[in-house]
Design a binder for this molecule. Structure first.
Ligand SMILES: Nc1ncnc2c1ncn2[C@@H]1O[C@H](COP(=O)(O)OP(=O)(O)OP(=O)(O)O)[C@@H](O)[C@H]1O
Ligand SMILES: [Mg+2]
Length: 331
């Protein structure tokens, strides 16, 4: 641990649409150590999927374009790679589980065939070896009787099993980084817990670094060490899961925390953050969250806050902390 695998620096991705420029990702920076798990949390439209797609260079273009920044994997900038080089990197070094897993498997081929296909593209193996590895991968992701299930078609499996197959495909080339975009949203609660357990287990057993994207803070708490809170294409807060849960700094993070349902507290109404995520092509002045923030003052309405580095390693983008930080830095 401690050795950097991924460094995202000042990444900006815009979409040039008929309605104007959509600032989907605006100056986003973060990094990830080997074997570390990072959660990216935010409401719908905050730029989570675009972050992942920018890292693996699968942003739809046009209308999308990565306009600035660097994505360093082991110090190597992925944004300068050719398409062919990126095809190798995807699958061999970075794998991604996409947001709509149920549509990602081809209904006309067996799951074994689809895992083998991925193995044969990236590794020099015979079909027999690939089939054996496919069975091993199914075993690794906890599918019972993998020797039999390898010949199943996707429709013969439950949603949870199909998600396990997707994870098997993502892992078959032993990637250094696994990006999971809302891996459990389409699953029911019990199966969700099992898939999160599987991701946690894989990270421990294989040492794979994980980026877990979700709109649910409860999900990251189960899997990741650190969390980025995104809002309207910007990082609003960054910290360890513990820091974020025990002492959320940004009013947006605090509001997200209040919207997590607590078991046994049914009497309290689930808190939903008032207002809507702003249109990313017509962003408000000042802090992007100010129209929904109960604590907003004049400064928040007019001046965009910078991301402030706090002495304990946390980061927050809120005017409330500017003075606090300046006081500390003058001590
Ligand atoms: N192909 C595209 N064309 C135009 N705008 C796009 C495109 N893809 C994404 N966007 C815009 O980029 C912004 C961020 O989208 P993104 O998909 O990253 O959100 P998200 O945080 O993943 O949301 P969700 O939780 O709904 O998956 C949104 O405003 C979205 O409308
Ligand atoms: Mg998304």
């Amino acid at each position: 641990m401690g050795e950097k695998l991924l460094e995202v620096k000042n990444l900006s991705t815009y979409f040039y649409t008929d309605e104007g420029v959509v600032y989907a990702l605006d100056d986003v920076s973060f990094d990830l150590d080997r074997g570390e798990a990072l959660g990216i949390v935010g409401e719908s439209g905050s730029g989570k999927s675009v972050t992942a797609l920018s890292i693996i260079r699968l942003v739809q273009s046009p209308p999308g374009k990565i306009v600035a920044g660097e994505v360093l994997l082991d110090g190597d900038n992925l944004l300068t790679k050719s398409k062919a080089e990126m095809r190798h990197i995807r699958g061999e070094k970075i794998s991604m589980i996409f947001q709509e897993p149920m549509t990602a498997l081809n209904p006309v081929f067996t799951v074994g065939h689809q895992i083998m296909e991925s193995i044969l593209i990236h590794q020099h193996k015979t079909k027999k070896e690939a089939r054996e590895q496919a069975i091993e991968m199914l075993r690794l992701v906890g599918i019972p009787a993998p020797e039999k299930r390898v010949d199943d078609y996707p429709h013969q499996m439950s949603g949870g099993m199909r998600q396990r197959v997707m994870i098997a495909i993502a892992l078959c080339c032993n990637p250094q980084l696994l990006i999971c975009d809302e891996p459990t949203t389409a699953l029911d609660v019990t199966i969700q817990a099992q898939i999160l357990e599987l991701i946690r287990d894989i990270r421990e057993r294989l040492g794979t670094s994980v980026i877990l994207i979700t709109h649910d803070l409860g999900v990251v708490a189960q899997v990741t060490d650190k969390v980025i809170i995104m809002y309207a294409g910007k990082v609003m807060e960054y910290g360890t899961v513990r820091q974020i849960f025990t002492d959320p700094l940004h009013p947006y993070t605090a509001a997200l925390m209040r919207s997590i349902p607590v078991i046994g507290k049914q009497t309290e109404r689930l808190n939903v953050i008032r207002g809507m995520v702003p249109s990313l092509s017509k962003r408000p002045d000042g802090c992007l969250f100010h129209p929904r923030c109960d604590e907003a003052c004049e400064l928040c309405r007019t001046v965009r806050p910078d991301l402030i580095n706090l002495p304990d390693g946390r980061q927050v983008r809120c005017h409330k902390y500017t003075d606090k930080w300046e006081e500390k830095s003058h001590d």
